[in-house]
Design a protein around this ligand. Structure first.
Ligand SMILES: [Zn+2]
Length: 293
């Protein structure tokens, strides 16, 4: 992926040196927490239980136990590290693409803030944890990422490559786009009358749409800035394959329970990302109207 030298976003909040163990809710915003919690659960990029991730983090090779660190490194120095620059650049790219797409449709795009944290951090959706994987909180319109997640992707799921990492961000930004478009609200209110299985099915459609929207971003970013290099799309598809609910459940418990899917199977995630990246059209991402996902 070619990104060096492109614009970097200022909408990044670096909380990595805060070092508090989280706890509490940002600004005491606990109104509607039930709804928000559902949306939060639905927005995990990784369809895997927090306890599993915790055990992966603590049992992983090479002692990647950085989740509770943050012993006061210099903010400025840290903000210049290549990974932070990468995140800022990808976020800026999503801003440029979505601003343009919204404008063409007569709308104004308000970009999300991306929060870099380490261990745990307060959010309007409750305490955000490394163990949850990257997520989007509709309540404060922020994307939360602990960058140690990228090591986990690489070491545990053998997913590497910058574009696969960019896809993670683009997927979460996809949830923000869904929020801006009012789709999250609709899903949340529809979910109130639903059974657990129906809610999961709805969540799958929401997640696959975010995958498709990530693809739409990639299409336009590539048209405008030629970001894609040989093998990039494959690396994102590998990521989608590795983190489909079926693949994760097999790895986790040895069998697959389709009713408990919240993100879609590997094949579905691949299909919808491809759909977005080949068409570049938001309207091709209508996962709520198709019969077969
Ligand atoms: Zn998601």
């Amino acid at each position: 992926m070619k990104w060096e030298g492109n614009r970097e976003s200022d909408n990044v909040e670096d909380r990595r040196s805060d070092g508090d163990g989280g706890g509490g809710f940002g600004g005491g915003r606990s109104i509607g927490l039930g709804t928000i919690a559902i949306a939060l659960a639905a927005s995990y990029f990784f369809g895997i239980s927090p306890t599993t991730i915790l055990s992966l983090l603590s049992g992983g090779p090479g002692g990647q136990q950085q989740s509770q660190q943050a012993s006061g490194p210099n903010r400025t120095a840290r903000a210049e590290d290549p990974q932070t620059k990468f995140v800022r650049t990808v976020l800026a790219d999503t801003e440029d693409v979505w601003t343009q797409i919204f404008r063409v449709n007569g709308k104004t795009y308000a970009p999300p803030t991306l929060v870099l944290f380490s261990g745990a951090t307060p959010t309007a959706c409750g305490t955000g944890q490394t163990a949850s994987g990257p997520f989007y909180c509709p309540g404060d319109r922020k994307v939360y990422i602990d960058l140690s997640f990228y090591q986990l992707m690489q070491q545990r799921f053998h997913v590497s490559g910058e574009f696969a990492q960019a896809y993670v961000i683009a997927h979460e930004v996809g949830h923000h786009v869904q929020n801006m478009m009012g789709i999250m609200d609709k899903v949340n209110s529809a979910e109130r009358q639903m059974s657990k299985a129906q809610k999961n099915a709805m969540s799958v459609r929401l997640e696959l749409q975010a995958d498709c929207l990530a693809g739409v971003w990639a299409f336009h970013a590539n048209q405008a800035r030629s970001i894609l290099e040989q093998g990039d799309v494959e690396s994102a598809l590998n990521a989608a394959t590795a983190i489909g609910d079926d693949a994760l459940q097999k790895q986790e418990q040895g069998y697959v329970v389709p009713d408990s899917f919240t993100h879609g199977t590997s094949a579905q995630r691949v299909r919808w990302f491809k759909q977005g990246v080949s068409s570049g059209e938001v309207k091709s991402c209508n996962t709520f109207e198709v019969k077969t996902l």
